[in-house]
Design a protein around this ligand. Structure first.
Ligand code: EPU
Length: 424
């Protein structure tokens, strides 16, 4: 529950990147020695992927809340249980990692946020190009290879998941694999850096072309996960939304350039430092048009949050969602707070209103949940948010971090309602 209208001010420290962590942790399956992984975010998706690894026989030890040691020398199965994989999208990385190391993987189709069809055809094409046979038997994706051989793979659509998955499998294939039209997202680069730190040979991540020289063995090492670009962006938008003044610490400002440019266009002040960004606003918010694109474009994972911000900006804004077919489901919830938004396919037209008014809403998925929190912070009165499990998948201590910035936000421990808190 949130009592809106409080200006956020102070400092917030951003956690490790969810979408890097959920790839790096299963990537440890490729490694014979021990991987020490630092700056791991304390979120539900990490708990799930750690549980899956343990279930496969990996030894996983928490050194502290944000540092893990994983040893996958002895693995006792190649089959991930459906009850676990259905909880998250990133379970598909088990396919690339198990296939790379053991030449065999059995993984049920992944779960995760629902925004239209989320195919994995490019992952499968990539594995097949490396010499694997991939099929579905009783609802389980089975990938098997007698031997993995390097290939040149062109991706029809730049896919983050397929780029990483092919990279995982190719680290242990014979020869040099080349991925063309690869995704360039910061977490693709982070996974490549992790793999190289563990003994793989990956070059070019962050550009259109990634080259992977297969190695016979990966021995282990220590790696620190990058800060979460999307969590940082969510706090930057929350600062702008409440006419606040917030120093967002432990970030890589370059990863946030597309958002920074939009916030400035909307009349927000953004100052960049080495590893922090200060966001503040005094004047009214101005309209802006936003188109989501693969990195370095504006991230789709900040689309619900920026739409929420624009819902109270002066003028009419147009948002084009060009990554996912159906990522405006949360708009119905925003309308409950008084937002004026019309949606036509992948386009949303937002007519800015003076203020939003608190109301009961639900989180329809992870980032939509974050946008409900931002809406609640902006709105007059009390907003109650249900289905917080979506938010818990990807944000570490969201309400504690916001409370430290002055937000009136709390979570009620009622297992039926599971709403953010008890305010006032
Ligand atoms: N696509 C295909 N075939 C494929 C794979 C993807 O057609 O085999 C299409 C998708 O339908 C989509 C586009 O390619 O239209 C991009 O999908 P991508 O594969 O890049 O998405 P993903 O790997 O499934 C990751 C993030 C998402 C984020 C997208 C786009 C993880 C675990 N998930 O998903 O993050 O929206 O990239 O940047 O890394 C989130 O964190 O809230 C989240 C949903």
């Amino acid at each position: 529950m949130i009592m809106g209208g409080k200006r956020l001010s102070g400092e917030v420290t951003i956690s490790g990147a969810k979408n890097a962590a959920v790839a790096v942790i299963p990537a440890a399956l490729l490694v014979e020695g021990t991987c020490r992984i630092e700056n791991v975010p304390a979120i539900k998706d990490v708990d799930v992927i750690v549980d899956i690894l343990r279930c496969l026989g990996a030894r996983v030890k928490y050194i502290d809340g944000h540092c893990l040691e994983i040893n996958c020398e002895k693995i006792n199965g190649f089959s991930a249980p459906y009850e676990m994989t259905r909880k998250m999208r990133a379970s598909y990385y088990l396919l690339g990692a198990l296939l790379g190391r053991f030449h065999h993987a059995e993984v049920p189709p992944p779960g995760g946020c629902n925004f239209g069809t989320r195919p994995i055809d490019m992952h499968i094409k990539g594995f097949e190009a490396l010499g694997a046979k991939v099929g579905i038997d009783k609802g389980v994706i089975e990938a098997h290879a007698v031997k993995l051989r390097a290939a040149q793979i062109y991706m029809d659509v730049a896919s983050v998941g397929a780029t990483i998955n092919i990279m995982l499998a190719a680290t242990r294939a014979e020869g040099t694999t080349i991925i063309e039209n690869a995704s360039k997202e910061p977490h693709v680069v982070d996974v490549a850096n992790f793999l190289s730190a563990m003994g793989a040979n990956v070059r070019g991540a962050g550009t259109d072309t990634i080259k992977i020289n297969g190695v016979e063995k990966m021995g282990g090492g220590t790696y620190t996960i990058i800060p979460d670009q999307i969590e940082a962006g969510t706090f930057m938008i929350a600062a702008a939304a409440t006419a606040g003044d917030v120093l967002v610490k432990n970030v890589i400002p370059k990863h946030l350039e597309s958002l920074t440019a939009k916030l400035v266009e909307m009349n927000t002040s953004v100052e960049e430092y080495g590893d922090s960004i200060r966001v503040s606003r005094d004047g009214p918010l101005r309209k802006a048009n936003v188109k989501t694109l693969p990195y370095p474009g504006f991230p789709t994972d900040l689309q619900p949050q920026i739409v929420t911000l624009l819902s109270a900006a002066r003028g009419t804004s147009v948002i084009t969602e060009s990554v996912w077919d159906n990522r405006f489901q949360y708009v119905d919830e925003l309308r409950r707070l008084g937002a004026k938004i019309s949606v036509d396919g992948k386009l949303a037209v937002i007519e800015g209103v003076e203020t939003l008014s608190g109301a009961p809403v639900k989180a329809t998925d992870l980032r939509a949940g974050a946008s409900m929190v931002i809406a609640g912070l902006m709105a007059r009165g009390v907003t109650e948010i249900r289905e917080l499990r979506h938010i818990d998948r990807g944000y570490e201590d969201l309400e504690a971090k916001l409370r430290a910035l002055g937000a009136q936000i709390a979570r009620r421990g009622d297992s039926e309602i599971k709403s953010i808190g008890e305010v006032v």
